[in-house]
Design a protein around this ligand. Sequence first.
Ligand code: GCO
Ligand code: MN
Ligand code: MN
Length: 388
Amino acid sequence: MSDYNPKPENKFTFGLWTVGNTGQDPFGRSVREAKSPAELVRLLGEVGAYGVNFHDNDLIPIDATAAERDGILKEFKKALADTGIVVPMATTDLFKEPIFKDGAFTSNDSKVRAYALQKTMNAIDLGVELGAKIYVFWGGREGTETDATKNPITAIKRSREAMNFLCEYVKDRKYDLKFALEAKPNEPRGDIYNSTTGHMLAFINTLDHPEMVGVNPEVAHEHMAGLNFVHGVAQALESGKLFHIDLNDQAFGRYDQDFRFGAVNLKSAFFLVKMLEDNKYDSSRHFDAHAYRTEDYEGVKDFARGCMRTYLILKEKAAKWNADKEIQSIVAEINADDGSMDQYFGKYSAEKAKALKGQVFDRAVIAGRGLKYEKLDQLTIEILLGAR
Ligand code: GCO
Ligand code: MN
Ligand code: MN
């Protein structure tokens, strides 16, 4: 059994906004005092994280003077150097300020759209200065409460225009930076555009530089929509677009919970970790979650350690599943193929189609075969419960 201690190669990262979350919610004030970015880096060093990510204004307050900015950056860089923590990803806050009340890149107001581009270019410069290689776009305010207000087709065109402009900016500045688009179906808007990872993947193919753009799927966001997260991530992986991932947990039908990774649906977390590991995913494993509001900073550390520990335990369980003889013999059996249909697959030809039309299938015999999925699923559960 492993010690479940996080290692740099696990690429476990947290946002300043995650471990720095003070527990404020729509019904109550903060329950933890705010810590500075440098203090949060030291906390992450203590729990063994690999990296820290931030929104521009998590690090530099929006109205900071040049001198304040320099002071914060100096302290932050010192904390990074002291702890060995790196900055793999950065992003823009395009949702907190009142100017973004009706969106940023999709706002009807051209001044808001232009300001959003300006703010993002500055934030990209900041992220790159600190070493970020991935830049996340989460359009929290890019949506509506009523479709009377904005034309959704125009919104798609405006989003595309913004992405194309910013890709050119990155190329112009010769930055080594890729974009990762993060979908969410709702909250804080009634409905958010490009609401799932699948929507984002289709949107990316319409951009001028699709090779620069991938996705940043988040467990909670697909679970909020009642979707199977593993399937969404599979689509991203299969198309070479999984540039980043936000790990947390969330029950369907609830508010945006942002729970510790694996806190709600262990089985889905297991198949996710197994898929990431089996496919040698090697970008950040970012925990976009926060500690329960009941916790002090010791509890925040428990939360952060818990995210990483659960991931590593599930990774070990995945290796067990892959090495389990009984499981693997069922997997082999259900995928067994006598080759008799090979002639019909692969590239289409008129001859193949004709031959296939002439093939006789005994539907009753084919359908009569039991698939042993009950057994396979129970064996999976037993691995998860530690009974195997
Ligand atoms: C949310 C989102 C954000 C983004 C973050 C990075 O539900 O609030 O998940 O936490 O991930 O803004 O872009
Ligand atoms: Mn989220
Ligand atoms: Mn997120």
